[in-house]
Every structure is written in C-alpha cells, then in structure tokens.
Design a protein around this ligand. Structure first.
Ligand SMILES: [Zn+2]
Length: 217
C-alpha cells in the first residue's frame, strides 16, 4: 500500500478504531485509511445525499460566507482596470452551488464541480485564477491524481485555497477526534503533508488563513 499523496511505501500504524485502520506515511506524514477499507462509490454517494448541506440553511450560508470573506483579500489581483472578472472553481461544491452565488455578489465568477451532484466536465477545459477545495481534500480517494489534474486547469499565477482540519499531533487525541469518525474522510493532513503537497504542485505554501484555510500560490 503506497501513500495516496507522495507514493512512499513507508508507513506505520497510527491509530485504529472498530471501523478502520489509520496509517502514518513515513515520508510526508499524511495519515490515511488503507484504500481497501474505504467506502464503495454508491455507498459514499448515499452518505453525501444524507449529510449534505442545504443553501436555505442560515448556518450553512454563514459558514460559507466566512470562507468567501477569508479568501477574497487573497485572490490574485486583476492586471488591468478593465480586466475580465476573476474566474474560480469550487471543486467538490456539494449539493448546492452556494459558494458560486456568494462570490458572484463580488463580481467573481465561479464554476461549481461535484462528482455526485454537479459533474460539470467542462471545467477541465478551462483555466482558473483560483480553485477552492472546501472540506474536500480529506475525501479524495486519489488526492495526488486529483490535485495534479486540477493544477493543469490553474493559471500560472493562480492559487489553491484548501480548507481541511489538520490532524492532532498526539495519536491519543486523534483517537477521540470527531473529524476521523466521518467514514468519507480517508486522509488527514498536517503542516508537513500540506508542504509536500505544495512541492508536488510546484507551488509555495501552505500559507495559513483563518478557519483552517490554506493558500497555495
Ligand atoms: Zn506520503
């Protein structure tokens, strides 16, 4: 079993609960669930159906508004006064396209992509000024492949904004950590593994913003 981020074969057991094992990559320090124990596609889709947020919920609107407000000051600056609006991609948007709507109020055009609910494959033919993955990267069964594919649709001056909760350094705290109980979360990052991700993408970062948002530029 190789690390789904750096492909290293070196791993040690980090934690275990009644559902799954968690391995610690000896190279990039990613904590990941062995791929033979992750949910099959259909079952995962059903879980998303049950848990996804609704854009009518005020808490969800407030949550996404905070993310938009955190990202906006860090967006690439338009080169000229009359440049086209910035174009972003909300990758793994979930059931709704609410982030897209919130950005459009600031003249930022955002496309929404989501494997289960918005499989808009035209995004792969575009070029983006920025790409947001909000609570998405911990779900990807192939984070390395997906991030490399996404980096091809990011402009040279573009940025990634990745929101994910870093895992606790102490395995005893990890054992009790709510974030790993979500069976659709299949890997967990810390500063070191996010730095390795930056290297993989040939980008600088991670630069930590508030609310567990990490900028790569
Ligand atoms: Zn690794």
């Amino acid at each position: 079993m190789s690390c789904p981020l750096c492909e290293s074969l070196s791993a040690t057991r980090y934690s275990e609960d009644k559902f799954r094992q968690y391995l610690l990559c000896g190279n990039c320090t990613l904590v990941y669930v062995p791929r033979d124990s992750i949910l099959p596609f259909r079952e995962e889709a059903d879980r998303y159906e049950a848990h996804q947020n609704d854009d009518g919920e005020p808490d969800y609107v407030a949550y996404l508004t905070r993310i938009v407000d955190g990202i906006r000051p860090r967006l690439p600056k338009p080169k000229f006064l009359f440049s086209k609006p910035l174009r972003g991609l909300d990758f793994g948007c979930g059931k709704t396209t609410l982030l897209e709507k919130l950005f459009s109020a600031h003249d930022v055009e955002v496309d929404s992509y989501e494997l289960y609910f918005h499989p808009n494959e035209s995004v792969w033919n575009r070029k983006y000024d920025f790409i947001v993955l909000s609570e998405v990267i911990e779900h990807l069964s192939d984070p390395r492949g997906v991030m490399l594919r996404l980096s091809k649709v990011l402009k040279g001056s573009g940025k990634f904004f990745i929101k994910t909760k870093p895992y606790p350094a102490d395995p005893a705290v990890f054992d009790q950590w709510f974030y790993k109980r979500d069976m659709t979360h299949v890997q967990f990052f810390n500063h070191e593994s996010l730095s390795q991700l930056a290297k993989l993408l040939k980008m600088a970062g991670p630069h930590k913003l508030g609310d567990d948002i990490f900028e790569f530029y």
